[in-house]
Design a protein around this ligand. Structure first.
Ligand code: NAP
Length: 289
């Protein structure tokens, strides 16, 4: 992708360790270029434990802001001058704006998930949802569902303590459960929507579900959402499709959370469909889809 740099070009980046796999530079540069904004977005390796040192470096170097991925999302929180409601709820930031030397922390993951559902015509109000996983992504989804009026959310996780800790934040809505086949089946039986927030099925070393029989317990026509975006159709989504369940992959969430981050960075709100198309085209052109 050709980016025109000037002396006035403002700097943005994603920090992580590792970071070179990140799709954020492709997505953000495509959207910035579509909007004709004078910004550049880079991938910046920041070693684990160096979040505080990075903040000083970014402020000194005049960065407008940055996104954060593993392992910095929670480490950054104590150093923020202000946090938005979602960042406070997740105790994690994925977007930081630097204004007049102060750090403003946001978290756009849950909002991105919600927007992806809304773009697919799904409202979470009064929904019963089975969420598989209790890590960063699944946690953001479960808490957002509880905040937005879902009727009940069952959080199935391999490590029971993590599911219990997550569910303690909204015990009237969130219920912890195990990850063994009977627990998954019970959670699916009463779900209007099933969300996979584990890494099972992810391209590379994500591992795979040992048993998909819980899909047979899912009520007819209930959508299945996999937060994974590579491959675009995971084995879970393929099997769900064969059983007649509408499927959604994680690409919509990935792009929507990036659009909300871009709005924080630049203050510009644009038509989402055009930005989404620009991001998808760029990902395809780079062979990242
Ligand atoms: P994470 O914090 O490391 O959480 C990983 C989750 O997967 C945990 O619940 C973990 O269970 C579970 N898990 C891992 N291996 C498992 C196995 N063999 N059997 C059962 N459960 C297993 O990771 P994350 O950041 O939440 O990411 C999770 C997935 O979401 C990834 O595939 C990532 O690509 C995707 N994601 C998508 C987006 C998007 O915008 N679409 C954003 C973020 C993440 P334990 O607690 O027992 O370890």
């Amino acid at each position: 992708m050709l980016v025109q740099l000037k002396n006035t070009t403002r700097k943005l980046c994603v920090i992580g360790d590792p970071v070179l796999h990140s799709k954020s530079p492709i997505i953000q540069n495509a959207m910035l270029s579509t909007l004709g904004l004078d910004y550049i977005y880079l991938a910046q390796l920041v070693p684990r434990g160096q979040a505080r040192a990075w903040l000083e470096a970014a402020r000194t170097a005049g960065y407008a802001g940055f996104n954060a991925t593993m392992p910095h999302k929670t480490d950054l929180v104590p150093y923020m001058d202000a946090l938005d409601e979602d960042a406070r709820m997740y105790r994690a930031v994925n977007t930081v704006c630097i204004k007049n030397g102060e750090f403003y922390g946001y978290n756009t993951d849950g909002q991105g998930f919600l927007q992806m559902l809304s773009d697919a015509g799904l409202s979470v109000r009064d929904m019963r949802v089975a969420v598989l996983g209790a890590g960063g992504a699944a946690g953001a989804v479960a808490l957002k569902l509880a905040q937005q009026g879902a009727a009940a959310v069952t959080v199935c996780n391999r490590t029971p303590e993590k599911a219990a800790a997550l569910c303690a934040a909204a015990p009237e809505i969130l219920r912890p459960a195990g990850f063994d086949p009977p627990s998954l089946r019970r959670a699916a039986e009463s779900a209007d929507l099933l969300v996979n927030g584990t890494s099972l099925g992810m391209g590379g070393a994500g591992g795979q579900f040992s048993d998909f029989s819980f899909l047979e317990a899912l009520p007819a026509g209930a959508p299945v959402c996999d937060l994974i975006y590579f491959p675009q159709e995971t084995e879970l989504l393929r099997r769900a499709r064969e059983l007649g369940h509408p499927g959604l992959n994680g690409l919509g969430m990935l792009i929507c959370q990036a659009i909300f981050a871009l709005e924080h960075f630049t203050g510009v709100t644009a038509e989402r469909a055009a930005l989404r198309k620009a991001a998808e085209d760029a990902l395809r052109a780079e062979g990242a889809l």
